[in-house]
Structures are given as C-alpha cells and as structure tokens.
Design a protein around this ligand. Structure first.
Ligand code: NAD
Length: 501
C-alpha cells in the first residue's frame, strides 16, 4: 500500500468548515418551506477523506415525495405563464448568486464529495454557466407559422412547458448535474422536484436556498434527499401529473427508471454511464496528448462519466506515452481536497474504492504492468493511488467497465481501423477523445466513432453551450446547447383552416 501524507486540518480550517455546515439547510424543501421528513428520520452525510460524519439530513419518505410533487403541480400553472423575460431574470440572478457563493459551495462540495477545492471551484463556474445559458435561452423560445404546401391550411407550431419534472442526480458533480437540469427546466417554464444523491445532498440543499434568495417562487423547485430512492421516486414516476423524468446516473439504474416510465409513457432524458476511449495516433503531438490525458483521466479523480476509461495508443508511441503519463501521474498530490495544492482526493466510499482495486487486480492478473500506483492508500478515507497500467490485455474487465477512479489503462493498436473497432467495442457511447495531427482523420473519426461527444486534441469537452449526452446505452437526450431546453418543452401543432376561405 502507498502512504500519502495528509496534513492536519488547522483549527482555522475546522472552524470555517463547522460554520459553513451550521448554515446549510438540512431539511426538505417543499412548497418553499424547509420541513423535516414526515417520519422525522435523518441520515448521515460523510466526509470521504476521513470517513467521519459531517452532519445529518432529513430523509424523505413516500409522503414527502408526494408532497413535493403536489407543490410542483400547484406552482406549475403560474410559473408556466410567468413572462419569459421574468423567468430569464430570475435565472440570471441565480447565476450571480451562485457565483457570489463560490467559496461556500466549493468547500461544501469538497467536504461531501472529496474532490480538490480547485476542482470544486471549477464545478461552481461550470454549473453556474447553465443558469446563465438558460437565462439567455428563456426569452428566445419560438414556434413557427407557415402555409401548408397545398395552401389549404396554415401550420402553427407552438412550444410550451412540458410540466412538472422529476430530476434525479448523481453524487459526482453535486452542483453541475443539478443546474444542468434545473436551469433549462425553469427557463422552459417547468416546475421541478429534485432528488439529489444521498452521498452529496448538502450542495443541492444550499443551491436550493440560493435559488430561493434569487427569487425562485415557492413550489417551483422542491428538494427531497432520501436514502430509499426507489420508494420515493417510484410513485412519482407512476403519477400522471408528472410530465418529465430527467436522470443522470448509472446505466443500470437508468434502465430500471426507463421501465417504470414506460407504464405511463413518461418523457425521459437519460444521462448514463460511459466508457470513454482515448485514442492517441502516431501523428499526435505527444506533449499535448499527455496533457489531455491528465485532464481526461484525473479530472474529478476519475469519477466522471466523461473520464477517459481506456487509452488506446499507436504501438509506435505507446511506450513513450505511457512512461510520460506515468511520470506526471506519479507526481500528483493526493490529499484531502481542502489542502493546499490538492489534486486528487478520495473516492466517494469504500464500495467505489473496492471496485477500482478489483479492476486493477484483474488487469494485473492478466499481465498488465503497473507503471505507478496500483494500490489503496493507507490511512483514513477512501484514497486510491493514481495509477497507470501498461500492456493491458484486451479482455481485461477495466476496458469494458466504468472504472470511476484514477486509473489509466494503456493498450495498443496498429491501424486506424483497429483503433475505431476497439473504441466502438462497448455498449456505451458517451464521449471519446482522439489525438491526431491529421484534420482528415479527425473528421473521419467524427463519422466513425459511435459516440455522442468527441474531444479532438482536447481532454475536456463539457461546455454549457454544447449538447452533452450519449448514444447507445449512455443515454437519451441532451443537456446544454440549443438542445438542452427542448427536453423540457412540448411541441403543439395547430392546423388552421385557410384564412382566405
Ligand atoms: P446511481 O445510478 O447509483 O445513482 C444516481 C442517482 O439515482 C442517485 O440520486 C441515486 O440515489 C438515484 N437512484 C439509485 N437507485 C435508484 C432507484 N432505484 N430509483 C430512483 N433513483 C435511484 O449513480 P451514481 O453512483 O450516483 O453516479 C455515478 C454514475 O452516474 C456513473 O455511471 C456515471 O457515468 C453516471 N454519470 C453520468 C453523467 C452523464 O451526463 N452521462 C454525468 C455524471 C454521472
């Protein structure tokens, strides 16, 4: 096992953390009021860097979920008719308010999720941008009007809010996954019930309070953290008053929700798991490829759906690439996210860490060489040493499953056809990365790779102005870009008799 130095938390830092935690709402937000759960049950939220409890949060039950949907339904008509400009201004104020609370939101995220403060601040910036983007879109929703080709009718196409939405979010981006759904929903005129992940409810609760302060009316955003997710969300999905389900999380849970949604033919958006290939061709700029690999692999400690999961490198440059990547990865500072210069924090929990350890052990048992890392980090918390594996055998589990940790497996290829076949050999299709000096090859890859998103000579592609989402079992629908708001709009067509007679 590797040991990583973890400096003591100073008394100043401890006081800052206690003060922040004391000010964060920990009840449910239903109809504009902060309320305990009807059973009065609460659950603990843990710091994954220490395994210690941070605080407890009200644990919503079935009745609380129902009350939240009642509140969203009650607020729908008024919010849906609120002038688009007014909705835009509420969202713009929310953007400003989130930015103003960057320090608090970032620290809270680091405490409950583990990523470094620098990464958390980056997430606040990224997450806030969805509020600004949606505020800009809110007043630009348009339909169309045209004569039918035979001239006998007029075609009127109108857009209207889909209606009350259930939004279910994961723990890995506690703020951005919430803003990426709430912002377009509100811009479109929908009210929402948010069920954040039980691992990271605090960021969502503080964000909801910020939204209240920014002027989001009562009942428009309701938040129900809970430990029995299926019990609470099942009845809501079955309720005909719910008009939209937007889920971000694992493919396994997404499939269950799709089955439930099928009964009521409920509209769904699904942002599911990934298994991103990272291709490095022989004509790539290797310095840039190593830099991009660091970002694509270690962003969020590897706990990202967009994380590079499999590195396929041309055999002519594989040794050089792996060695340089391993040197960079070995120098990364692993620590509690609040420490100065922290780069990689702990994994979310022991289950997540055991999965990473099992996947690495499997690859090593099939002949992979550990260039750096390859083991748990001793001490409290759920740390795993950032790892680079070379000569990974095809068939190793970690080439097929989401690793969700700081592990970079490198395998080789010899031709573009082979690289494309390897990249596409997965049921997932969220994102792919490719480093190449050839523009023609890059454009061929856009056409050849089965993916919703592609990073060409870049290791980060998330952008509020771009449509985020996957193909195959990585999901249905898009978030952000021009497309994001469409997920929350219904299209109504009216055929109108020829006004000339
Ligand atoms: P998860 O599927 O376990 O949980 C996601 C959310 O669903 C949580 O709020 C959880 O409480 C809830 N949930 C779990 N079981 C449920 C059920 N039966 N009914 C209703 N809700 C239920 O995923 P996770 O571990 O929180 O997040 C990691 C996964 O999310 C990874 O697979 C990752 O790729 C994916 N992810 C995808 C995107 C994307 O945009 N495609 C973004 C971030 C994360």
């Amino acid at each position: 096992m590797t040991t990583v130095e973890r400096g003591p938390v100073t008394s100043e830092q401890a006081a800052r953390e206690s003060k922040l935690l004391a000010g964060v709402p920990t009840d449910l937000l239903v109809g504009g009021r902060w309320v305990p759960s009807s059973s009065e049950e609460r659950f603990a939220v843990e710091d994954p860097a220490t395994g210690l409890e941070l605080t407890t949060v009200a644990d919503a039950g079935v009745e609380d979920g129902a009350a939240a949907l009642d509140a969203a339904v009650a607020a729908q008509a008024t919010w849906g008719r609120t002038a688009p400009r007014e909705r835009a201004e509420v969202l713009r104020r929310a953007f400003d308010a989130v930015v103003a609370r960057t320090d608090d939101l970032a620290l809270l995220m680091t405490l409950e999720m583990g990523k470094s403060l620098a990464e958390s601040r980056g997430e606040v910036t990224y997450g806030a941008e969805f509020l600004r983007w949606a505020s800009e879109q809110a007043a630009h929703v348009a339909g169309r009007y045209l004569p039918a080709p035979d001239g006998k009718q007029r075609v009127l196409v109108a857009k209207k809010p889909a209606g009350p939405c259930l939004l279910i979010t994961p723990w890995n981006f506690p703020l951005a996954m919430a803003t990426r759904k709430i912002a377009p929903a509100l811009a479109a005129g929908c009210t929402v019930v948010l069920k954040p992940a039980a691992e990271t409810p605090l960021t969502a609760l503080l964000f909801a309070q910020v939204l209240q302060e920014a002027g989001v009316p009562d009942g428009v955003v309701n938040v129900v953290p809970c430990t029995r997710a299926g019990d609470v969300t099942g009845p809501l999905i079955a309720d005909p008053r719910l008009r939209k389900l937007s889920f971000t999380g694992s493919t396994a849970v997404g499939k269950q929700l799709l089955k439930q949604a099928a009964d009521g033919v409920l509209r769904t958006s699904m942002e599911l798991g990934g298994n991103a290939p990272f291709l490095v061709f022989e004509d790539a700029d290797l310095d840039a490829a190593v830099e991009g690999a660091m970002l694509a692999k270690l962003r969020n400690g590897g706990e990202a759906c967009t994380s590079a999961n499999r590195f396929y490198v041309h055999s002519a440059v594989a040794e050089d690439f792996s060695r340089r990547l391993a040197e960079r990865v070995a120098a990364v500072k692993v620590s509690r996210g609040t420490e100065d210069g922290a780069q990689v924090g702990p994994l979310i929990n022991e289950k997540g860490r055991s999965k990473v350890a099992d996947l690495v052990d499997d690859a090593v048992s099939r002949g992979a060489r550990v260039l750096t890392g390859g083991s748990r980090v001793e001490g409290p918390g759920y740390f795993y040493a950032p790892t680079v594996l070379a000569d990974v055998a095809l068939g190793s589990r970690l080439l097929a499953e989401e690793i969700f940790g700081p592990v970079a497996p490198v395998a080789t290829f010899d031709t573009e056809d082979e690289a494309v076949a390897l990249a596409n050999d997965t049921e997932y299709g969220l994102v792919a990365y490719a480093y190449t000096g050839s523009t023609a090859r890059a454009l061929r890859l856009v056409e050849r790779l089965e993916t919703g998103m592609l990073g060409i000579n870049t290791g980060v592609i998330s952008n509020p102005a771009a449509p985020f989402g996957g193909v195959k079992q990585s999901g249905i629908g898009r978030e952000g870009g021009e497309e994001g708001i469409e997920e929350y709009l219904e299209t109504v067509y009216a055929g109108i008799a020829d006004p000339w007679g």
